[in-house]
Ligand binder design. Structure first.
Ligand code: BGC
Length: 878
């Protein structure tokens, strides 16, 4: 027996989850070993309903395979709401067997019907309703689960305590297609005898004001609750307590709670004991049974929003206009928790803003019509602690409009919340500005990954803009483990895809059906936005190595390419509602669309998406499709070249045009030098700056470093004056801005009509830092998920040192370098069960000293290549 073992056991990407609705849930693990060169040669999985693994539902037998990711359960059909135990052991490359590693999962409804009813209030109003019922537990409870969902948002309570730690549940999906439910283990919350179950309902995305028109009732007119508590007794009995006509409801202290506007809470109206047994029924009315039009009920597709960190007030300011403003020191997303003492009826009134304006006062204008306010009326009973229920805001500064007496540093905490995902990257560098940029990128993701990838978290928008989600996907996958987050969102993309194959601008698509950006007709889209349906699955496959994401989205990808094809009789995509190179700096004054011809960006992305479909078809073994899409790609590329490449040069004289041609392979290798020269010249013309927008910026550094100009890519990265990534950092940004010129050199602001200080798109530079500067990459053509690691770090003197630790799905990978004089020291850790090909830059006359355990693969063109087995390595190049 070996001490190698399977660790980090996950079912459907979660640790011991409950509420699994997949009929064949995917099981994964990581090989753990302290040995150099450790590889898995085989595995065995057993699944049982018994912790002792007496009777098995599945025994995979010994499977000769290195795979550790996404192994589908292959046993007898699973039963609904049942706990399963699973264990895995592996054989290493010496054919030594490990011990078993064990975990569990529990199924949800698995498509079986709910017995409960939808219930709601008889009268609907702004204030939130409280719902309750009592029930008894008699005779030895073994386990209990609460399954719950709502039209609107819910907060569940049992016997005086909130159930679970989730917020904004049941989350946001395309409700007409599917609505999530949550499963909670509530065994410990219940007791023998009388118990009380309660829920508060808020409007949320379902019916509260949303979109820039603050349109109400996007999905339906009435909030509704549906839940079941399943009680399992030691003697084998099962009882179900359901939402039904026996429930009662009434108004409470939450006078209003809306996603954009915040909450108004009157603590004098609290309902003591509302969620405990033994309450008198006075003031409570019988509910009505409802039948809302919602789609399939599905178990939570991704971990819900939770409070993830608490930020303390850093400074208390008195702004020039006399306002008291609390500074959390970080632009964050969530809500404040207040701690206050005062007389009954006194008011706390807080306004949450991202920034101070040019005049130094709190700046609410870029929120547009979103109010982001909190009003709390005290009950006057000692210290009162409060946080709002069904809202979130993007803010760093808290303007104190009213407070009993004076607030101090301990009066308010910033509660930062986001959808459940674990951070997977750690970056260290010798440059504080780069480290701050990296932190800003992480905060951008934290703040905007709230149920769906939002464009921004503050103004009256906060939509799942498809382009933004696509642009940032690879960076996102380095930063956090976000497979489920994107997989959930892509389900919405498929649900909302138009019948002609176009993908809406925002998903869930809440824009009016006739919303038409460029008079191209209602069911149209833009390049780089619609392409989320091809690019995101490919990125996820690359990062996480699970083919399922390709299978799930393959049909939608083909439909999308079919849509572009239908609009491109000559191979050029002349249709769509093109946003071009959105917010590029080469746009005409007052315009958002950059100077690059939208026909150019459209056709370039048409080519890219077609090529992805061809690649995916090959991977999924659909050879006929692969041939068809390869031929189509060839035709689109040829049409593009006929139109935009003249005498070996790209005719469009913009940075973004050169960038896309280089990165998307739309120029021949022989034409690359001319394109990169042109790009350098265009950068030079801007005083060494970029002027790219959403479409060009994510790729500009790649276009340079992949074509021999890493030096210039670094120069763009290190620029500190406008426009650049570090310009924002120097201006005090703690997140990533929507516009390069969100705040101008002279301190004035870009128009408040569209000026978010927390937009992650330009944070996509993270991908270049991780993949090129630190050199962490993977060859996904064969197998994604960093089985075939490619390391090709690019050191640069101006950074002096960089180290990234990245938790890949197969284990932690580390790549670091440090420059000292003419010496570069490298350090790598390769996780078990993977192999890496390392390419080191070693120019003329440089000597590489390599550790013995690295296998040299030869050197050419100033580069030395090595094959690295799992383990730790140090190299020096001098
Ligand atoms: C959003 C963007 C989005 C764009 C496209 C903006 O209002 O905030 O991030 O992609 O519109 O039109």
């Amino acid at each position: 027996m070996t001490s190698d073992k399977a660790a980090f056991l996950r079912c459907e990407y979660r640790e011991n989850p409950i509420g699994i609705d997949a009929p064949s849930p995917c099981l994964s693990w990581q090989m753990e070993s302290t040995r150099q060169g450790a590889m898995q040669s085989a595995y065995q999985i057993e699944v049982s309903t018994e912790e002792t693994f007496g009777a098995l539902c599945w025994d995979s037998g010994r499977v000769q395979s290195f795979e550790t990711l996404g192994i589908p359960y292959g046993g007898a059909a699973l039963s609904a709401r049942t706990p399963y135990f699973w264990r895995v052991r592996l054989w290493n490359e010496e054919n030594e067997c490990s011990g078993w590693s064990q975990a569990r999962f529990e199924t949800g409804f698995l498509g079986s019907p709910w017995t409960s009813r939808w219930i709601g209030a008889r009268d609907e109003e702004e204030s939130c309703h409280y719902y309750r019922r009592e029930f008894s537990v008699r005779g030895g409870l073994r386990a209990a689960r609460l399954y719950i969902t709502a039209c609107g948002l819910y907060e569940a309570h049992i016997n005086g305590r909130k159930v679970g730690r989730d917020h904004l549940t049941p989350g946001w999906t395309s409700y007409g297609d599917h609505l999530q439910y949550q499963s909670y283990d509530v065994t410990e919350l219940l007791g023998e005898g009388e118990n009380a179950l309660g829920a508060i309902l808020g409007d949320g995305w379902y019916k509260g004001p949303y979109t820039w028109d603050k349109k109400r009732e996007l999905y339906g007119h009435k909030r509704a609750l549906r839940c079941q508590v399943h009680l399992w007794y030691q003697d084998g009995r099962e009882e179900i307590v359901s939402s039904d006509e026996r429930w009662r409801y009434r108004r409470g202290p939450i006078l209003s709670s809306q996603l954009y506007d915040g909450e108004i809470y009157d603590a004098r109206l609290e309902l003591p004991g509302w969620d405990k047994p033994g309450l008198s029924g006075a003031g409570w009315s019988p509910v009505r049974v409802l039948s809302p039009q919602v789609g399939e009920l599905v178990s939570t597709l991704c971990a819900p929003v939770r409070a993830q960190r608490e930020l303390r007030v850093q400074k208390i300011l008195r702004t020039p206009n006399g306002d008291r403003v609390l500074d959390l020191g970080q632009n964050m997303v969530g809500w404040p928790r207040i701690r206050v003492q005062g007389r009954k009826g006194e008011l706390v009134f807080l306004r949450l803003v991202e920034t101070l304006g040019p005049d130094g006062n709190a700046y609410p204008y870029n929120l547009r019509s979103a109010k982001q306010e909190l009003q709390y009326i005290l009950k006057g009973e000692g210290v009162e602690i409060f946080e709002p229920h069904f809202t979130f805001s993007g803010f760093r500064y808290i303007q104190v409009v009213a407070w009993p007496g004076e607030p101090n540093e301990d009066s308010v905490l910033g509660v930062a919340a986001h959808s459940g995902m674990e951070q997977t990257i750690e970056l260290r560098s010798g440059n504080p500005l780069i480290e701050r940029l990296y932190k800003n990128i992480l905060w951008g993701q934290r703040g905007n990954f709230i149920e769906v990838p939002l464009d921004c978290p503050q103004r009256d928008e906060r939509f799942g803009w498809t382009g933004d989600a696509q642009i940032f996907a690879r960076t996102a996958s380095f930063n956090f483990d976000c497979f489920l987050f994107y997989e959930k969102w892509l389900r919405g993309v498929r649900a909302d895809q138009f019948s002609n194959g176009a993908v809406p601008f925002v998903v869930p698509n809440i824009l009016p059906r006739d919303w038409d950006l460029a008079s191209a007709g209602p069911e149209s889209t833009s390049a780089a936005w619609g392409d989320c349906v091809t690019i995101c699955p490919w990125v996820l496959y690359t990062a996480y190595g699970d083919r399922r994401i390709l299978e799930e989205n393959y049909g939608a990808m083909k439909r999308y390419v079919g849509y572009m094809r239908a609009e491109s009789p000559n191979g050029l995509w002349e249709g769509g509602s093109q946003l071009g190179d959105w917010v590029a700096l080469d746009a005409k004054p007052g315009d958002y669309i950059g100077a690059t011809d939208p026909l150019y960006t459209a056709t370039a992305f048409y080519a890219v998406s077609t090529r992805i479909v061809a690649k995916v078809a090959r991977l999924l073994g659909r050879q006929a499709d692969a041939q068809e899409y390869e031929a189509l790609y060839g035709a689109v590329r040829a049409a593009f070249r006929a139109r935009f490449v003249r005498d070996g040069e790209v005719s469009e004289e913009t940075q973004t045009a050169q960038v896309l041609a280089l990165v998307f392979g739309l120029v021949e290798d022989s034409e690359r030098p001319a394109a990169v020269r042109k790009l350098a010249e265009l950068i030079e013309r801007k005083g060494g700056h970029l002027d790219t927008g959403f479409v060009g910026a994510p790729y500009i550094c790649f276009a340079l470093s992949e074509n021999g100009r890493a030096d210039l890519a670094y120069e763009l990265l290190f620029k500190e004056d406008f426009p650049s990534w570090l310009y924002q950092v120097r201006k005090g940004a703690t997140t990533v801005w929507e516009h390069w010129d969100g705040i101008m050199e002279d301190g004035s602001f870009w128009s408040d009509e569209m000026n978010s200080f927390n937009h992650y798109s330009y944070g996509s530079i993270g991908e270049w830092i991780y993949r090129v500067a630190a050199g962490i990459d993977c060859d996904a053509e064969e197998a994604g998920g960093y089985r075939d690691i490619r390391l090709h770090p690019v050191p640069d003197r101006r950074l002096s040192e960089l180290c990234c630790r990245y938790r890949t799905p197969r284990g932690t990978l580390e790549s670091g370098w440090r420059m000292e004089g003419d010496k570069v020291e490298y350090q790598f850790t390769i996780p078990p069960n993977t192999t890496a090909i390392l390419t080191l830059r070693a120019g003329e006359g440089a000597r590489v000293s390599a550790p013995q355990n690295a296998r040299a693969l030869g050197s050419s063109g100033g580069e030395a290549r090595y094959l690295l087995a799992p383990g730790c390595y140090r190299f020096t190049v001098k």
